[in-house]
Design a protein around this ligand. Structure first.
Ligand code: ATP
Ligand code: MG
Length: 349
């Protein structure tokens, strides 16, 4: 992998208004009969047109005449050509990418496992870093991190523990894992007193930079010291966002955190992309959220979208990536496409 390159149309970094998600309010609904006052915990208004939908329409197909020329992707933009990845360039340094969103359950871990497995299929040497004390990444790869003697916690906190001692095979050829368990939650507290506390992960990953082509860090759902460590160690960030209205809230705060880390700790940090997950293109809601995402973040939004399917939960239970659990499923194809898109954006295709 090469430098911490930017990618064409990095809308997040260039768009001044990108930090603020525009309100998702459409044509005002007609006046309604008086009703009980709305409580303060009510969700934000998300008004729909007055005429209720009879049924959810099928996902709209691209116009027939256009189909021959440009294929319109699920984000509403023309799909670019994504070449099959070639062999990896010799002698490069690993590109480190964090999966980051302080909202829980948006697909960070699922994306780490399946993007990693897809990159490994394309011949990249991949290291996954479980940086969440929940240990979901480790569990999702069929491990029992509670029973492990050495985890990323030991690597961070004990100078006599080496990376090689902690790395375990993931079960996917070409992909290794730095496991984690609940011990890591203590690191967040203990690191506060360390000199260079934000650079601790970056320091311990040093020996992995030559041995791998891509390092993917699965962050926990918070913007605390562990996540700041992950961002400081990274060249890029991928922000998985569930295609659901509430998922859009809080992204401005995440953007502010990334900006601060770039300014104060890691000038090379770039946003590799915003990834729409759990997308359901058959619902008006799903399409609306996708439209707002693209309006707000422009070309930072990946053309690849991960649709909602129960196969992801099934593959987690099976302890393997969807690319091996259901290799020919649409979910596996989506993550392979994401891998190609990531490689193009990072100038390594
Ligand atoms: N595209 C998808 N379709 C359906 N279910 C999905 C999809 N992606 C992830 N899931 C499921 O949603 C749940 C949450 O996903 P995941 O653990 O990847 O999110 P997360 O952001 O890592 O969560 P946390 O913030 O708790 O770490 C899991 O049960 C996973 O199997
Ligand atoms: Mg997770």
């Amino acid at each position: 992998m090469t430098d911490a390159g930017t990618f064409p149309g990095g809308g997040w970094q260039s768009g001044a208004a990108a930090g603020e998600m525009p309100p998702m309010v459409r044509t005002p609904a007609p006046p309604r009969a008086p009703q009980a006052p709305v409580g303060t915990s009510e969700p934000l208004p998300f008004e729909r047109p007055a005429r209720p939908e009879a049924a959810e329409p099928a996902e709209p197909a691209a116009p027939a005449e256009a189909a021959h020329e440009v294929e319109i992707g699920p984000t509403g933009r023309p799909m670019p050509f994504l070449p099959e990845p070639g062999p990896v360039a010799e002698g490069g340094r690993a590109r480190v990418i964090s999966m980051c969103n302080q909202k829980g359950g948006v697909g960070k871990t699922t994306t780490t496992i399946n993007l990693g497995a897809s990159l490994a299929e394309y011949g990249r040497r991949v290291l996954l870093v479980d940086f969440d004390p929940q240990g979901s990444l480790s569990v999702g790869l069929g491990l029992n991190p509670q029973g492990m003697d050495l985890t990323i916690y030991n690597l961070l906190m004990q100078s006599d523990v080496t990376l090689e001692e902690v790395v375990v095979p993931s079960g996917v050829p070409g992909m290794d894992l730095l496991p984690s368990n609940i011990d890591l939650s203590a690191a967040e507290v203990q690191l506060v007193h360390e000199v260079g506390r934000e650079q601790t992960l970056q320091r311990v990953l040093g020996p992995a930079m030559e041995a791998y082509d891509v390092i993917l860090i699965d962050c926990q759902p918070s913007l605390g010291l562990l996540t700041v460590n992950a961002l400081t160690a990274s060249d890029g960030v991928i922000v998985p966002l569930e295609c659901e209205y509430f998922a859009l809230r809080g992204v401005a705060l995440l953007k502010t955190t990334i900006d601060k880390v770039r300014e104060r700790l890691n000038p090379k940090l770039s946003i590799d992309g915003v990834l729409g997950t759990m997308y359901d293109g058959r619902t008006l809601h799903g399409r609306e959220v996708m439209e707002r995402l693209v309006q707000a973040w422009g070309d930072t939004v990946f053309h690849t979208v991960i649709r909602r399917t129960v196969k992801f939960s099934d593959s987690t239970v099976a302890g393997e990536p969807i690319t091996s659990y259901a290799s020919s499923s649409p979910g596996a194809a989506a993550y392979r496409q994401l891998a190609k898109e990531v490689l193009v954006r990072c100038h390594d295709a």
